[in-house]
Design a protein around this ligand. Structure first.
Ligand SMILES: C[S@@+](CC[C@H](N)C(=O)[O-])C[C@H]1O[C@@H](n2cnc3c(N)ncnc32)[C@H](O)[C@@H]1O
Length: 287
């Protein structure tokens, strides 16, 4: 018990188990789940973002855009990179996530960041108006990858940067593997494809940049997740929030059994794991 309490303290973002039951008696996606998942995701990948920006050089005074920033995205890393003289815009279409992002900006006193509603596929942002445009986890869930990269490319000023980050799932597992979590990962991947996305979109990022005449640099980041790390529960979190998309693929009772079995497996105090690999690809738009 004490060990578990200590772990919770170390990882304050840990979501309470999603197997909270609703009126139906079945697990339900509760309000705020995606805020928490997106914040956790942003926090675990923040050092990778900082490393990438350090490779680009001095960002002070620049204008940067984080497309689909969700509840946090790259807002804090970009805020630090551009400094007090720079400006960061975060956009999204989801009002609840925008409100969460605004709350985050205010909690963190990110005075150089502003958040606004913008549907990226019909963006009202002016062309060539940013020194850096960043998209993370936008191609994987939303698909229409070439269309997204083309829109993003138009928003970058000549000589500016386009930065893409998406997953590659080869490394995503626990040790020892949880058979239930492995089944959930497979179902999640299939659901992404059926919805027009690709959970392995990271593999194709350099190709997408070349297609819009940007010579790509590429990097891959992976994370070791010690026992009890909240990001180990990603298969459970994803499967819960994607539940309606999984039900055409699996009987509901079997899905519930997998969720409960994965939860029990991940409670093993010695089970560690690795996240999916985060592929980062970036390059400059020609002057
Ligand atoms: C998987 S989340 C990634 C969030 C964030 N980029 C991050 O890395 O934490 C995808 C985000 O894209 C947003 N989104 C979906 N469709 C969009 C659109 N048409 N225009 C702008 N944002 C969109 C969602 O609301 C969500 O916040």
């Amino acid at each position: 018990m004490r060990e578990k309490a200590a772990r919770h303290k170390r990882y304050p973002d840990r979501e309470s188990p999603v197997a909270r039951t609703g009126e139906s008696g079945r697990p339900e996606v509760r309000d705020g789940l995606s805020h928490e998942r997106l914040r956790l995701q942003s926090r675990v990948w923040e050092p990778a973002g900082e490393r990438l920006l350090a490779r680009l050089g001095d960002g002070r005074g620049l204008r940067a855009l984080d497309v689909g920033c969700g509840a946090m995205g790259w807002l804090r890393v970009l805020s630090r990179w551009v400094g007090a003289q720079g400006a960061v815009t975060g956009t999204d279409v989801d009002e609840k996530l925008l409100a969460a992002a605004e709350a985050f900006v205010s909690e963190e006193n990110l005075a150089n960041v502003h958040v606004q509603r913008d549907d990226f596929f019909a963006s009202a942002l002016p062309a060539a108006s940013f020194d850096l445009v960043h998209l993370r986890f936008q191609l994987a869930p939303l698909g229409r990858a070439m269309e997204q990269v083309g829109i993003a490319r138009r928003l970058v000023r000549p000589g500016g940067w386009l930065v893409l980050e998406d997953p590659e799932t080869g490394s995503w597992r626990e040790n020892p593997v949880s058979p239930a979590a492995a089944c959930l990962r497979q179902l999640i991947g299939t659901a992404f494809v059926r919805a027009g996305g690709d959970l392995d979109a990271g593999r194709r990022l350099p190709e997408y940049l070349r297609a819009v005449a940007i010579e790509p640099a590429v990097n891959a980041e992976c994370l070791a997740l010690e026992p009890g790390h909240p990001y180990l529960r990603l298969p459970i979190q994803f499967a819960t929030s994607l539940r309606p998309r999984l039900l055409p693929l699996i009987q509901e009772a079997e899905l519930d059994r997998l969720l409960a079995a994965a939860e029990a497996d991940l409670a093993d105090p010695t089970r560690w794991g690795m996240a999916y690999t985060l592929v980062q690809a970036w390059g400059r738009v020609a002057e």
